[in-house]
Ligand binder design. Structure first.
Ligand code: P6P
Length: 347
């Protein structure tokens, strides 16, 4: 029966990535190995995040910390630990070649350049544990990443990561919540995988995710309302008091980007982190928050807009640059774009 076939035909993320790779016969498989190291990092982070609460308890009892590192070591902040795991996984990649060339992490002020003898052709930008301030209250948090190919075979420079988001080869996130969900796009659609802890494998559970064209949810930190610009304020007003007789939208804001974006991707609606008077470029980082989530939204049939342009067309000039972002259902982002266009005309 179909159901039985489904149960026994386990499409793991490893098989999925290899299937994708087979579309590029000339590929040497480096990309698949790189991606598998990111998946490995996420499995590790998932296990330590899930024990975080427990570790605190055990920590109080004076046991060594859950990371089972050398005893007595100071309990590492999980975002620092997660960062170390990804850097080591991407630099070493287990074999002589690292596949990684340049790594940009939210946790490190400077980019990491892999030493020449081990250097690969891929640049990885990532936030190892986005939303980590939410750990202590058990709110879902996540890892966000994007992958570029170096521009050419010359000595790599920051220019190789300061590319527009549309040049990304792949982007995704792993959400550490009630279940561990890995959402990935390699440029031909979006697929979601759920970790089966008993297998230690991510299994395809959300094939070919498409975001609904419209949505009934808007997601923004209303605490910043007094600092918003006109178009943002007008859009949120329309969510609350629709002029076309439709029902008001619901506000859902978790304050953890991976959780808010995951809900938007599956249920539809819009996620906004606008510019405001205090922070003219908004709060979210271009390379490892805005670009990967915008890439996924477009691949799922949605849109991502900065208030001035298509988010993926933005060319960053600094590795930790910020940008306002409006992303989600196609029609919802169209509305925001129309309001900003009208503002532009008035100016
Ligand atoms: P605010 C978490 O700190 C984060 O970087 C994102 O995960 C989240 O979307 C945003 O900041 C929340 O920011 O200002 O609303 O608390």
């Amino acid at each position: 029966h179909a159901a039985d076939a489904h149960r026994t035909d386990l499409m793991t993320i490893t098989r999925f990535v290899l299937n994708e790779q087979s579309k590029y016969p000339e590929s040497r498989g480096d990309f698949s190995i790189l991606l598998n190291h990111i998946v490995l990092g996420c499995k590790f982070v998932c296990s330590v995040v899930n024990k975080a609460g427990l570790a605190k308890l055990i920590g109080l009892a004076g046991e060594t910390n859950v990371q089972a590192s050398c005893c007595g070591e100071e309990q590492k902040k999980l975002d620092v630990l997660s960062n170390e795991v990804f850097i080591k996984a991407l630099v070493s990649s287990g074999r002589t070649v690292s596949y990684g060339c340049i790594l940009v992490s939210e946790e490190d002020e400077e980019a990491t350049f892999v030493e020449p003898s081990r250097r690969g052709r891929y640049c990885v930008v990532f936030d190892p544990l986005d939303g980590s301030s939410n750990i202590d209250c058990g709110v879902s948090i996540g890892t966000i990443f994007g992958i570029y190919m170096v521009k050419d075979d010359h000595e790599p420079t920051l220019d190789d990561v300061l590319q527009p988001g549309k040049n990304m080869l792949a982007a995704g996130y792993c959400m550490y919540g009630s279940s561990c969900t890995f959402v990935l796009s390699t440029g031909s659609g979006v697929n979601g995988f759920t970790l089966d802890p008993s297998l230690g494998e991510f299994i395809l559970t959300h094939p070919d995710i498409k975001i609904p064209k419209k949505g009934k949810i808007y997601s923004v930190n209303e605490g910043n309302v007094r600092n918003w610009d006109g178009p943002t304020a007008k859009y949120v007003e329309k969510c609350k008091f629709p002029q076309d007789g439709s029902s008001a939208k619901s506000l859902r804001y978790i304050g953890s980007m991976v959780a808010d974006v995951h809900r938007t991707l599956l249920y539809g609606g819009i996620f906004l982190y606008p510019a405001d008077k205090k922070s003219p470029n908004g709060k979210l980082r271009v390379l490892y928050e805005v670009f990967p989530m915008s890439f996924l939204m477009e691949q799922a049939g949605g849109q991502a807009f900065t208030g001035k342009q298509r988010a993926l067309d933005l060319v960053p000039t600094k590795i930790h640059e910020r940008s306002p972002i409006f992303l989600g259902s196609y029609d919802e982002v169209e509305e925001i774009k129309a309001l900003y266009a009208a503002e532009e005309k008035k100016a």
